[in-house]
Structure formats: structure tokens, C-alpha cells
Design a protein around this ligand. Sequence first.
Ligand SMILES: NC(=O)c1ccc[n+]([C@@H]2O[C@H](COP(=O)([O-])OP(=O)(O)OC[C@H]3O[C@@H](n4cnc5c(N)ncnc54)[C@H](OP(=O)(O)O)[C@@H]3O)[C@@H](O)[C@H]2O)c1
Length: 262
Amino acid sequence: MAIAPNPPIPHITLVLAMSLDGKIADAQRGAARFSSAADLAHLEEKVAAADGVLFGGGTLRAYGTTLSVRDPDLLAQRRQRQQTNQPMQIVWSPSGNLDPKLRYFQQPIPRGLVTTAAGAHRWAETGQFEHIWPVPAAKTQPWDWPWILAQLKAAGIHRLALLGGGRLTAELLSRHCVHEVFMTVCPLILGGATAPTPVDGAGFLVAVAPRLQLLSHRAVAGEVFLHYRVKGMSAGETDFPEPSDRSIAEGILVLEGQNSKT
Ligand SMILES: NC(=O)c1ccc[n+]([C@@H]2O[C@H](COP(=O)([O-])OP(=O)(O)OC[C@H]3O[C@@H](n4cnc5c(N)ncnc54)[C@H](OP(=O)(O)O)[C@@H]3O)[C@@H](O)[C@H]2O)c1
């Protein structure tokens, strides 16, 4: 049976890159700059498809910046779809304790903040965020993501790209708020018990773990691009067509940049 958060939420696409051993950064929890240019282009495509992008404060502190859409074709496609030039780049930071000198605050993008009342108070008069969503204390223990995401949808965000990190993805997955997953597996091993993983938090017991259906896979120059649907989630907004994605039913695997039938 489909699990549909009520009220309706945006269609949520998780996009991550991880090492072969399942880490999204090294044990220093810095920026994860280990994937290829092809993976960055893939990420930009997913960002360009979205009305909003959501990431955690830990991720913003690690990078200092966020990925905006620069590719002229992707910008033209956004105009054709009558989307704004850039998706809103939304950070989840309960404390709101973010350094205003981060390059993120100079980027020519609309910015959003999901935070507590105290966090909202820090930024209220600064004009740095186009939209601040203060979450009432009663909805932060635990964070009421279906309610929060419904506020984003009411603000016109129908498609949301979720870019991590591990704490934020655990929050949304545990509340049945992720529809699909794009995971790039990169050919390196990071190890480290404290290195972040795609989904941190308390974890799921096997009996209740989210289950996924593989939609497509392709290998390009040592990286493997995987696309999964989260089972039990109602489809939500329909996907934009993705010509670069090949259906697993076609049995096509792209190996080292060359197409070959499996
Ligand atoms: N490979 C990839 O695709 C990818 C993608 C994204 C991120 N990453 C990596 O993931 C790492 C960041 O992930 P993350 O899971 O640490 O952070 P995160 O999910 O980006 O953000 C975590 C948020 O959780 C809040 N929080 C709540 N309880 C917390 C606690 N006990 N400790 C710390 N924060 C808590 C923090 O709020 P406050 O703001 O109030 O402190 C913080 O903003 C970075 O190393 C980044 O490079 C990799």
C-alpha cells in the first residue's frame, strides 16, 4: 500500500555520491569532492529539474557554497518549464548558527532556511534569506517533516532535490518523505567509523527498512550511476523525462563510456 504523507508534500529526489564502502565524506567530515565531472553534471541536472534544493547545515558548513545551475541548456529548459532561473537553495539548520561570510550568501540564488524560532530570529532582519520557515517547538521533537514539507509545497516547491548530508536524509527517510534515490558509487574507499554515510541517525531495523526498486543503472569511467524508486511511496509529481537514464528493462549497461548490451 502506498504511504502518502498527509497533507501533500513535494516529490523528493535524494541525490548523493558515495565511496564504494558507503561513505559520503571522509572522517574529517569535510566537502566530498571525490566524484567525477560526469557526476557533477548529473547532479546539476537533478538540481535544474527541481523547484527547491534541501541540504543540512553540516553540508553547508563543509562546502561553504551550493551547486547552482550554470549549464545554458539546463537554464533554457527551466525557462521552457516556466520555472524560476534558479531553484531555491534551502538549508535545514535547527540553531540557524551559520556563518554569514559563507560564499553561499554571495551566490546569485534564492535562499531558504528551515529552522527553529530562535534560528529564525537570528536571520529575520538580515534579508539574506528570501524565505524562512520557522518550525514551532512542538514540531521539532521529532521534526515533523510531512508538515514542514507541506509548507514548502504551499510556497510553490513541487519538486525538491534532497542533497544530504546523512543526518538530514535519515530525518526524511524515517518519515517516509523520499520518493526516489540517485546514488553514484565512486571508485575509492574512505573507511572510518565516524565518516558520514548516506543515511545516519538511529538507523532502521531490517523488518521496517525502506525498500527500493532499481529503475536504472549505468557505469561511466569507473563510477556506477544508480536510480531507485522508494517502494510504497505514491508517485507524487510526475518525473520530467530523463533521456540520459536507461531503463533496466532495456538491459543496457554503459561501461567505461561505451554502450554494451548486458
Ligand atoms: N557525497 C555526497 O553526496 C554528500 C552530500 C552532502 C553532504 N555530504 C557530506 O556530509 C557531511 C555533512 O553531513 P551531516 O550528516 O554531518 O550534516 P547535514 O545532514 O548536512 O546537517 C545536519 C544538521 O543536523 C543538525 N543536527 C541535529 N542534531 C545534530 C547533532 N547531534 N550533531 C550535529 N548536527 C546536528 C545540525 O543543525 P545546526 O545547523 O543547528 O547545527 C545540522 O545543520 C559533510 O561531510 C558533507 O561533505 C556528502
